[in-house]
Design a protein around this ligand. Structure first.
Ligand SMILES: [Fe+2]
Length: 461
């Protein structure tokens, strides 16, 4: 039984246990699963003839020679080999899905930006046509950096499939309920959960309950992994067992289908005569998974001060520089605030990393107003930011008793690379023109005396 308490407003209507889908617990485990008895070879990968007339095929997520602790691959036993799931390609346009480098000359990416939720348009949009890029960073062709997207999805993909050769996708739903039918099994996903879709994985996205809106971090670089916990030890933050990987599920459907491939920032289409989701059994450690954010066990200050926000890292995608992530996925969720004699919200800062935030639900403590569920903000490389006037005054004058921050779940896609705004983000999405003004009314508190302009009651003299 779930003993945790939290205030996820979606929980009351949760469909999480409504279906009879099966998942296997663990992060990066060597899983094995079969949808038909005896379909999975035992003791070897490549028998002379596979059971059920299946084809054996390896899907490699890392180079063959990657170090063993990073090496990821999955053996698939499928109705047809993947080479039968593509034919000749033609290029297609998905005008709102951009890849780095995507630098718009007439857009200024240097600035603190915030957006209201991007509204639904009334158009029928699928996972592909509904993907709207907000920022890009790095270079997709050299497999460094990332893109952030907002998806607005109202329509299921029908006999349509997709894979990204460019990237791994981290999906963060904010509204609606989606089903990801993948080669390696089915994931159903609702707000409060996240999913990881590995590079090269073929899938179709269905809308179970729409419209659906959410955020996607497209990771061009090395895969997401769990951060090192250092002296925290073996537990807390994101625990491995709370990640769920689907069991094998296959389709044997002979129907004209379209497969779209994202490759080097371009979209390519190919026609095939059947569903490519035909993996009957598989084993390996390269697979999609989902994670319930309410199982994230936050660590924080128990006496004074405020740790760096990296204390809230859920997943990290390393770059070549130790400790300097290509992307960190960071979660600001419900938690107790107990620090004594401390300014409790995030402090003012300026740093090398570029921070794109999104609000899944509730109110964020550093910005009591204006940063609303479905909304996003961007604090780019070496641009100062921090609490607004209300948050500063409130926290500076608060009675510092133990306080539960409730009804709050925001996240950050943080990258070592500067994030460039797309045309869509700068000109079409609902940008708040006055966001920068939230710091304008911060007053000078210095008057040459040690107490500044605060009086003994903490108010202005
Ligand atoms: Fe920040």
């Amino acid at each position: 039984m779930d003993q945790r308490t939290d205030s996820n407003p979606y929980k009351a209507n949760s469909r999480r246990n409504a279906s009879d889908l099966d998942y296997m617990p663990g992060f990066g485990n060597d899983f094995e699963t079969e949808a038909l008895p005896g379909a999975l070879p035992q003791g070897m990968n490549s028998p002379q003839k596979c059971a059920y007339g299946l084809y054996g095929e390896q899907l490699s997520g890392t180079a063959f020679t990657a170090p063993s602790h990073q090496n990821e691959r999955t053996w698939c036993y499928r109705i047809r080999p993947s080479v039968r799931h593509t034919s000749r390609f033609s290029k297609i346009e998905l005008p709102f899905w951009k890849s780095a480098p995507n630098i718009c000359e007439d857009v200024i990416s240097l600035g603190q930006y915030r957006w209201d939720p991007v509204p639904h348009s009334g158009l029928d949009l699928t996972w592909l046509t509904g993907m709207h890029t907000m920022t890009t960073a790095g270079d997709v062709n050299t497999q460094v950096g990332m893109a952030s997207h907002i998806y607005l999805v109202t329509k299921s993909m029908e006999d349509e499939y997709f894979y990204s050769a460019d990237s791994e996708l981290l999906v963060v739903p904010q509204e609606g309920f989606l089903r990801f039918c993948t080669e390696l099994g089915v994931i159903e996903l609702e707000p409060g959960e996240i999913a990881i879709l590995p590079r090269g994985l073929v899938y179709r996205v269905e809308v179970i309950e729409g419209p659906a809106r959410g955020f996607v971090c497209e990771n061009y670089g090395q895969k997401f992994e769990l951060p090192g916990r250092g002296p925290i030890g073996a537990n807390c933050m994101a625990n491995r067992r709370d990640f769920k990987t689907p069991v094998a599920h296959f389709e044997d459907r002979e129907v004209v289908s379209t497969l779209t491939v994202k490759w080097c920032g371009r979209f390519h289409e190919t026609k095939i005569g059947h569903s490519p989701l035909d993996v009957v059994a598989w084993h390996g450690n390269y697979a999609p998974c989902k994670y319930d954010l309410s199982t994230y066990c936050p660590i924080g200050a128990v006496l004074f001060d405020h740790p760096d926000p990296s204390i809230f890292t859920v997943l990290t995608a390393p770059s070549g520089v130790p400790g300097t992530a290509n992307i960190d996925f960071v979660l600001f969720r419900e938690r107790w605030m107990v620090a004594e004699n401390t300014f409790r919200p995030p402090w003012y800062h300026k740093n090398i990393m570029s921070e794109l935030m999104g609000n899944i639900y509730g109110q964020y403590d550093a910005k009591p107003q204006g940063f609303v569920p479905g909304g996003m903000s961007l604090h780019n490389m070496m641009l100062p930011h921090g609490p607004d006037k209300n948050a500063f005054e409130g926290a500076s004058n608060a009675d510092l008793k133990a306080e539960k921050l409730d009804n709050t779940m925001s996240f950050m896609f943080e990258t070592r690379f500067p994030q460039q705004l797309t045309e869509f983000a700068a000109k079409e999405a609902p940008l708040q023109d006055d966001y920068i003004d939230c710091w304008n009314t911060l007053e000078k508190r210095f008057d040459g005396t040690p107490e500044g302009t605060w009086d003994k009651a903490g108010k202005k003299k």
